[in-house]
Design a binder for this molecule. Structure first.
Ligand code: A3P
Ligand code: MG
Ligand code: MG
Length: 389
């Protein structure tokens, strides 16, 4: 008697699907068509990092004071870090709250956080790129989230690592390097319209406790070639009130800090290279949500704010091409477009797939790790989809 062949369990399906990043030349040339990102929903987190279906977390840009010490107030930093897996829950909840199903705007080929797309887009131009994500197909849409357990484990490992025996006096703790980015935001963002806020109130706000609990997140509809996406991500502030015309460009501004470059006589190619490599992340992150301007606050090694420069997001790839030419925006866009195309062929059923790029490997590997959709698609959103079908 022959025993019937056991159907292989998806969780033990050991097939590894591979997408090679090299050779990069196949991604060069004109970029795939990108649909300009349009906001379809938004939400805020309040001072307790609780979800609010409104614009309460929006801030406005004010020029920060030069000479400020970005280390000030570090001892009172209210630092929020996810302890539990956030999945895509807030993004999906905002889509339910915006309830745009009549316009077909909650339908897309991919739904993910902007941070995941930034990692994908920048992978071909960053030799140190690494990521781990989960992807699942539900109702014709691929949902992608961060592999939170892996990130939490590597964060815990970093936190437990003993400090080096010798530290250069300029070397700052990781926590401080995180703090001064938020301190810069505190100095450059206020919750009320600047022209309706007194100087005194602005200064009082700037002296306040630094916290990263509150946020405002924008969810946009966009497309890479034929692949439509809904992307959600934090937006730092506005340069002008939000337009009433929903198709008009929102004047978001992204704030960044970076170490100042030495003045020209002492400036070396490697200083510019280091900065232009950073611009890759700044550009991709802002480009994906349609953030038109980036304000970089330059700081000394010790954390003193010494300069400001505003960049037009769309001009950054050209600037780098004419500069050190260390990355190519078209390669990033074309790589992401082809990668999404390939992912559609791999994530073909309602199962959880792990999508991993190991540092230096140059190959993205996808394996099926579980049945169902795991925690990727929230029950709230599933119910919503069933209701509007
Ligand atoms: P900088 O970008 O000026 O370093 P964002 O720029 O995305 O709005 O993030 C605001 C700040 O959060 C950053 O300011 C940085 O301080 C901190 N931050 C963001 N991502 C981080 C990461 N992966 N690790 C540590 N800090 C991070
Ligand atoms: Mg931010
Ligand atoms: Mg920022």
């Amino acid at each position: 008697m022959t025993t019937p062949q056991k159907a292989s369990s998806p969780a033990t399906d050991a097939r590894i699907h591979r997408f090679s990043i090299q050779p990069l030349n196949r991604f060069r040339g004109a970029s795939a068509t990108i649909k300009r990102p349009r906001e379809v929903a938004h939400f805020s987190y309040d001072d307790n990092h609780e979800y609010q279906a409104d614009e309460s977390g929006i801030n406005y840009y004010v020029p920060p004071p030069m000479g400020a010490n970005l280390k000030d107030g570090f001892d009172t930093f209210k630092h929020y870090e996810d302890k539990e897996d956030p999945h895509l829950d807030s993004l999906l909840r905002a889509l339910v709250d915006a309830d745009k199903q009549d316009k077909g705007e909650v339908k897309a080929d991919f739904v993910t956080w902007r941070g995941m797309m930034t990692k994908i887009m920048t992978a071909p131009s960053d030799n140190f790129a690494e990521f781990a994500m989960f992807a699942t197909l539900h109702n014709g849409t691929i949902y992608i989230e961060e592999d939170f357990p892996s990130r939490a484990a590597s964060r815990a490992e970093e936190n437990n690592r003993p400090p080096p025996r010798y530290q250069h006096p300029d070397q700052q703790s990781r926590e401080m390097m995180t703090y001064w980015g938020y301190k810069f935001e505190k100095l450059a963002l206020i919750p009320t319209l600047p022209n309706q806020t007194s100087r005194q109130d602005i200064e009082r706000h700037q002296r306040g406790i630094v916290s990263n609990h509150a946020q405002h997140c924008s969810i946009v509809s966009t497309a890479f070639g034929p692949h439509t996406l809904l992307l959600g991500g934090e937006v730092d502030g506005l340069l002008a009130p939000k337009p009433t015309d929903p198709s008009a460009q929102i004047q978001w501004v992204e704030l960044k800090t970076s170490e100042e470059l030495p003045p020209p006589p002492r400036q070396q190619h490697r200083d510019v290279l280091k900065f232009e490599r950073k611009l890759l992340k700044f550009w991709a992150q802002s480009f994906l949500l349609g953030v038109p301007k980036i304000v970089v606050g330059f700081r000394s090694k010790g954390g003193v704010l010494t300069g400001l420069q505003t960049f037009n997001t769309h001009e950054i790839p050209g600037m780098v091409r004419r500069g050190t030419n260390c990355w190519d925006g078209n390669v990033c866009i074309n790589f992401a477009t082809e990668f999404l195309e390939w992912l559609k062929t791999v994530v073909g059923s309602e199962a959880v797939y792990r999508v991993v790029l190991k540092k230096g490997s140059g190959v993205v590997e996808v394996t099926r790790v579980a049945d169902g959709t795991g925690g990727v698609v929230s029950p709230l959103f599933r119910e919503y989809l069933d209701r509007v079908k």
